[in-house]
Design a binder for this molecule. Sequence first.
Ligand code: SAM
Ligand code: SAM
Lengths: 122, 122
Amino acid sequence: QETSFVSNVMHDAVTCTEDEEIQTIANRIVTKSVNHIIVINADKKLRGIVTSWDITKAMAEGKNELSKFVTRRVITAKPEEPLETASRKMAKYNISALPVINRERKVLGIVTAEDVSRLLGK
Amino acid sequence: QETSFVSNVMHDAVTCTEDEEIQTIANRIVTKSVNHIIVINADKKLRGIVTSWDITKAMAEGKNELSKFVTRRVITAKPEEPLETASRKMAKYNISALPVINRERKVLGIVTAEDVSRLLGK
Ligand SMILES: C[S@@+](CC[C@H](N)C(=O)[O-])C[C@H]1O[C@@H](n2cnc3c(N)ncnc32)[C@H](O)[C@@H]1O
Ligand SMILES: C[S@@+](CC[C@H](N)C(=O)[O-])C[C@H]1O[C@@H](n2cnc3c(N)ncnc32)[C@H](O)[C@@H]1O
């Protein structure tokens, strides 16, 4: 069983900026058929993450201001990290995706539990 | 690398019935901290699935009748199925969970991409 790395399974992230409306982000989740949107600034640096779970929470609480639903303390991965490490982080924090960033916190992509599961099915 | 089966990683499903309101289901997704709710009838038989993605779609389209958002054609798994088969099904249909059912379509639990990913991290 060779070791896989995050760089072997990561893919392009669907992103948004902090000034976008929650309705626009909900539309992007639907049209791109993903559950995770990574929030970036103009330099593509990581600012947060918003998921379909957060949008569901906004609906349940009747709120609609994005800044109230963005998760700011983001668990991330590096491309050269073993995939096992990324899987352990997702299990530990009960999350299903990690933005992949470089040392300057620029977003390079995303790795999800679905990517890891797909590897098993190969 | 021993073979794992769905029964090794499946867990209890969070469920709802067809008469429940979308707001109630959104609350359950939040309080149970899950993305998938399995729709069952009084005999615990499978009737559909609703996810945080479906709730996001309801929000994006400004609709709020559950019957419009339940996915009826559900991809499922059996407990004795190899986990690799379940992973392949999730990858093929771009979904992240499979209700686990018996021959009478009674819901026994759920297996998710997160469960599969957690196995890699062990
Ligand atoms: C705790 S999980 C619970 C539901 C489910 N397990 C899932 O992964 O969506 C939902 C919360 O995790 C947050 N989240 C998702 N990915 C994250 C990450 N990489 N770092 C920090 N929080 C994250 C979301 O913003 C959301 O508020
Ligand atoms: C196609 S996925 C796309 C987003 C993301 N990949 C995910 O898994 O949520 C979203 C849709 O899949 C549906 N879905 C989820 N699990 C399913 C299953 N086991 N069988 C059929 N449809 C399912 C949901 O009801 C939702 O309408």
